[in-house]
Design a protein around this ligand. Structure first.
Ligand SMILES: Nc1ncnc2c1ncn2[C@@H]1O[C@H](COP(=O)(O)OP(=O)(O)O)[C@@H](O)[C@H]1O
Ligand SMILES: [Mg+2]
Length: 276
């Protein structure tokens, strides 16, 4: 790497070692869906490199290929063409079983619709990924408790999703993504179902995980206001990268929340009527 490249790749992750390693590297990634006779070209040659500790917002209109891309990065799907190196390992040609193994070890997922099991406590929802890893019950409980604490849900372990607000459900989902100690969190429109203050609270958690634990975050959003909490923005259009730039003046969620009226997450209905 020449000195100029080093400066560029150090820029997105200030305060971290300049020689931070590449965690995601895709080259000329294509994904074509076959719908009967029709071929849908969802991705048309994406090349991208993401270093450890980056916080990337993937932006673009509906249908531009964002979710298709995240599914490939998350090893939930395989590309039609192109290469994908995850932590230096070529995962484009792995079997389904091998992909599932990598997914469980390295990746955490957060979705727009939370995807929690109903009639199942917060603690059990968070514990779930650990069951697959064969960990003992006591240790699973302890890890799940820790993860819930990290997202500010201490004391809610026994609540099931129906007893929690949308913001709290998304926190449970983030705890579940965290419990395996992933190096990357992939979040697809995680604030899509949340009001603006709650959305910022979720972004506050992502910023904290990124700052304190150096977890790499890839976040899909079509909202510019939400993308501003990231360190880098990548715009998709028609299955291609159109723009890719560093967000120098990114919004600090802690600061922003100080300027916003407090709404108690526990009493959504009352809070909406309370004077601002
Ligand atoms: N499973 C699928 N089968 C067929 N076409 C799909 C499938 N998933 C996505 N597509 C198509 O691929 C394109 C990209 O979709 P998607 O990745 O979901 O975009 P975005 O997340 O940016 O809205 C769209 O034209 C969409 O209709
Ligand atoms: Mg999508």
């Amino acid at each position: 790497m020449n000195p100029e490249e080093m400066v560029q790749s150090a820029a997105p992750s200030q305060g971290q070692p300049a020689a931070s390693s590449t965690v995601i590297e895709v080259h000329n990634l294509h994904r074509t869906y076959s719908l009967g006779e029709v071929q849908v070209h969802a991705l048309r040659g994406i090349s991208l490199k993401v270093d450890r500790g980056e916080f990337v917002a993937i932006m673009g209109a509906s249908g531009s290929g964002k979710s298709t891309f995240m599914n490939l990065i998350g090893c939930l799907d395989r590309p039609t063409r192109g290469t994908y190196l995850l932590d230096g390992h070529d995962v484009s040609s792995l079997s389904k079983v091998e992909l599932a193994h990598i997914r469980n070890r390295k990746l955490g997922f957060v979705f727009q619709g939370f995807n929690l099991l109903s009639r199942t406590s917060a603690l059990e929802n968070v514990e779930l990924p650990l069951i697959y890893s064969g960990m003992a019950h006591e240790e699973r409980m302890e890890k799940a408790r820790e993860a819930l604490k990290a997202v500010g849900l201490e004391g809610r372990e026994d609540h099931d999703p129906a007893q929690l607000s949308g913001g709290q459900q998304q926190r449970v989902a983030i705890a579940r993504a965290l419990v395996n100690d992933p190096s990357i969190i992939l979040a697809d429109e995680p604030t899509g179902n949340l009001d603006s203050r709650t959305s910022i609270e979720i972004m506050q958690i992502f910023q904290k995980l990124n700052d304190d634990r150096k977890i790499t975050i890839m976040l899909v959003t079509h909202e510019t206001d939400i993308a501003r909490f990231a360190k880098r923005a990548v715009h998709f259009r028609d299955g291609k990268v159109r723009r890719d730039y560093i967000l120098d003046d990114r919004t600090d969620a802690n600061e922003m929340l100080l300027t916003m009226p407090w709404i108690d997450d526990d009493d959504d209905e009352e809070a909406e009527e309370a004077p601002a």
